[in-house]
Write a protein that binds this ligand. Structure first.
Ligand SMILES: Cc1cc2nc3c(=O)[nH]c(=O)nc-3n(C[C@H](O)[C@H](O)[C@H](O)COP(=O)(O)O)c2cc1C
Length: 138
């Protein structure tokens, strides 16, 4: 199975989750600045939330993904207040013709005085468990 992990991360919180997921599925996590090559079975795509939305740069990235080469996208996210980036990301991904998994992973991410220490060790462990269960379910 061809699996890729890409993330958009301004301050490193989502990158930590991306690395945990990537380790679990045996690949390296890369930023969205590294292009996807070939045919992918599962693309884990992660982001933080900025001003209650996903970043315009991530939207642009999604609008350049080729749905013919990616069977399914699995969204993961971190945020200080918002409960998930899933719906925002899903809309952009579906508008691009991509199939989005119903399963998502989200945990709090540190921002200023909020959510200090997150993601923590448990968040990383839960992300690994999420990725393992998801891949095993396919
Ligand atoms: C410029 C900026 C704007 C943010 N706006 C929000 C927001 O509107 N809602 C929220 O829940 N978190 C907000 N956050 C917090 C981030 O979503 C949180 O820190 C997240 O973990 C960042 O992920 P990253 O470190 O991968 O960039 C904001 C963070 C930054 C830097």
């Amino acid at each position: 199975m061809n699996i890729e992990v890409r993330y958009y991360s301004k301050s490193g919180n989502t990158k930590k989750i991306a690395n945990a997921i990537a380790k679990q599925v045996g690949v390296s996590a890369k930023s969205i600045h590294e292009p996807i090559q070939g045919e992918i079975d599962v693309l884990f795509l992660g982001t933080g939330i900025y001003a209650f939305d996903i970043d315009p740069e991530l939207k642009e990235y999604i609008s350049n993904l080729n749905p013919a080469n990616i069977k399914m996208v699995v969204v993961f996210s971190t945020a200080a207040i918002v409960k998930s980036a899933y719906e925002k990301a899903k809309k952009c991904l579906q508008d691009q013709g991509l199939t989005v998994s119903n399963a998502e992973y989200h945990c709090p991410g540190h921002y200023m005085i909020l959510r200090k220490g997150r993601p923590n060790a448990d968040d990383l462990k839960n992300a690994e468990q999420f990725a393992k269960s998801l891949i095993n379910s396919l």
